[in-house]
Write a protein that binds this ligand. Structure first.
Ligand code: FE
Length: 251
């Protein structure tokens, strides 16, 4: 699947990069935000994706202008190649303070460790060359130290694993009905519980969102599907709500 511009206007661009997933690995999206020539790469991915993601980013801007690497949480499909990214760029990486001391176990050179900065639990605002991006807390969706990014220019909410779908043919969907079967079992098992989903739904309902862009599967484009998705999350039983059924001694 080729790369896709989710937004492109007046020096601000949001690109869903080419699909670099190899067989046997869960499909993963890499997203790039460029504002007036400076870039932020979200969830850069693992070693097998590294070369292609690097080539894709380089086709959008000079690598020296990649300023920020955002890590929504600690999983290998997000973080595994972080050492390569820090060694070959001057970018600063951001991850939850809960994961800062775990991420070096992926094999981070001590020369670059100081460029991994922590996001406080309550989230933060970060200026990308003058564009103020929000790092929103989304803890327990699914990781205990988890963040999402809201871009107020494109009105895209980058949700990490929330909104993930598996087995998609399309990269963009505009209606939720046919999409739920590709999301449901993943959310039931990976998301921590309905109380957290409701807290998230309340938080993001205060934002003006045109597009939900997850780290796996299709992007949900348009206000109608965004609202449907938030409502679906608000009412979904998941995680500890369903744990009774699986806590049994294996036979
Ligand atoms: Fe994950």
């Amino acid at each position: 699947m080729t790369k896709l511009n989710l937004f492109d206007s007046a020096g601000h661009k949001n690109v869903l990069l080419e699909d670099a997933t190899h067989e046997g690995a869960v499909q993963a999206n890499q997203h790039l935000i460029v504002h007036n020539g400076k870039g932020m790469l979200l969830d850069p991915g693992g070693h097998r994706a590294y070369n292609q993601v690097m080539a894709d980013v380089s086709s959008e801007l000079p690598l020296k202008d990649l300023e920020v690497l955002f890590l929504s949480h600690q999983d290998p499909d997000i973080v595994a190649a972080i050492n390569g990214w820090l060694m070959t760029t001057d970018a600063t990486a951001y991850a939850s303070k809960l994961w800062k001391r775990f991420i070096p176990h992926f094999g981070m050179d001590h020369l670059v460790e100081h460029r991994l900065l922590e996001i406080p639990d309550q989230g933060m605002r970060l200026s990308l060359n003058g564009c103020e991006l929000l790092f929103l807390p989304a803890h327990f969706l699914h990781s205990c130290g988890n963040f999402q990014v809201y871009d107020p220019v494109s009105k895209i909410l980058y949700t990490g694993d929330l909104g993930a779908s598996l087995g998609n043919q399309e990269r963009v969907v505009t209606d939720l009905a046919g999409h739920i079967p590709l999301m449901e079992s993943f959310h039931q098992r990976y998301m921590a519980g309905n109380a957290v989903m409701r807290a998230w739904a309340n938080m993001v309902s205060t934002l003006d969102i045109e597009c939900i862009a997850p780290q796996h599967g299709a992007v949900m484009q348009g206000k109608a599907v965004v609202q449907q998705f938030i409502d679906w999350c608000r009412h979904l039983a998941c995680g500890i709500d369903l744990v009774e059924g699986v806590m049994r001694v294996p036979q």
